[in-house]
Ligand binder design. Structure first.
Ligand code: MG
Length: 250
């Protein structure tokens, strides 16, 4: 069942989402060569806690980190580590969720570490653009797969591939609610979108092939062909008019 959120629930999701947005913005300062992924996690966790929130990912299905940090060919679910340092030219995807007042906001961004290659830069640009194209389809009367199809069409037109193994989702009291929102598929399928639905839309895009594998830690997804992967995500609410992005700084 897809939960339609009340105004009050949307207000609370919005508060959680603002902490997410603020944290992702502040992280820009610490994504630098030589920073360890553990340092970035600690930095993020401090901001979340000082804002009155809790990291939503910590312990979720046993995930050991407070946030996910995925570098280069890692797609999602990278685990922060004291021994993992960022290098000039890396791209680093950071995904974080915050629980505030019993409700959750969820967003992700992929950051450049110093100067990155032209091809990596283009991947970030197209992936972020595909997210906004997907969001623009989140209107009453459209169906879930209209979001999916618009993302896939844009990404493939640019020569990249869409990861199939992970999807966007509804979000609210739970991190993952219905509906699932794939980033590929034929249009005009799945549930119809309605005002008050809160959705986390999150394309994961590879330069090479779409297949992914999971590393020995049981969590970190990596591209099967070793190509770079990027990830952008926002929590949005479907309204009568344009979708409202909750994880953008007000
Ligand atoms: Mg998500």
């Amino acid at each position: 069942m897809i939960i339609i959120k009340s105004k009050e629930e949307i207000r609370r999701i919005s508060k959680a989402s603002q902490i997410v947005a603020k944290t992702l913005k502040a992280i820009e300062e610490v994504v630098k060569p030589e920073a360890t992924t553990k340092e970035i996690e600690n930095f993020a966790e401090d901001i979340i806690k000082n804002s009155g929130g809790k990291p939503a990912f910590k312990g979720y299905k046993g995930f050991p980190g407070s946030i996910c940090i995925s570098i280069n060919d890692e797609v999602v679910h990278g685990i922060p580590s004291k021994s993992r340092k960022l290098k000039q030219g890396d791209i680093v995807g950071i995904d974080l969720g915050v629980i505030y007042d019993s409700f959750i906001g969820d967003a992700a961004r992929t950051y450049p570490v110093g100067n990155i290659s032209e091809s990596a830069g283009k991947l970030l640009k197209i992936t972020e653009e595909s997210l906004y194209i997907g969001i623009s389809m989140a209107k009453p009367g459209n169906r879930v797969s209209d979001i999916s199809h618009s993302i896939q069409t844009y990404v493939e037109k640019n020569g990249y591939s869409v990861v199939r193994d992970f999807v966007g989702h509804g979000v609210g009291r739970q991190l993952h609610e219905e509906p699932q929102i794939p980033n590929y598929g034929a249009p005009n399928k799945g549930p119809r979108l309605k005002k008050g639905m809160v959705l986390a839309i999150e394309p994961m895009i590879n330069i090479g092939r779409c297949e992914v594998g999971v590393e020995e830690n049981g969590w970190t997804a990596v591209t099967a062909d070793g190509s770079l992967s990027a990830h952008f995500e926002h929590t949005i609410v479907v309204t009568e008019n344009k979708p409202q992005i909750l994880t953008m700084i007000n």
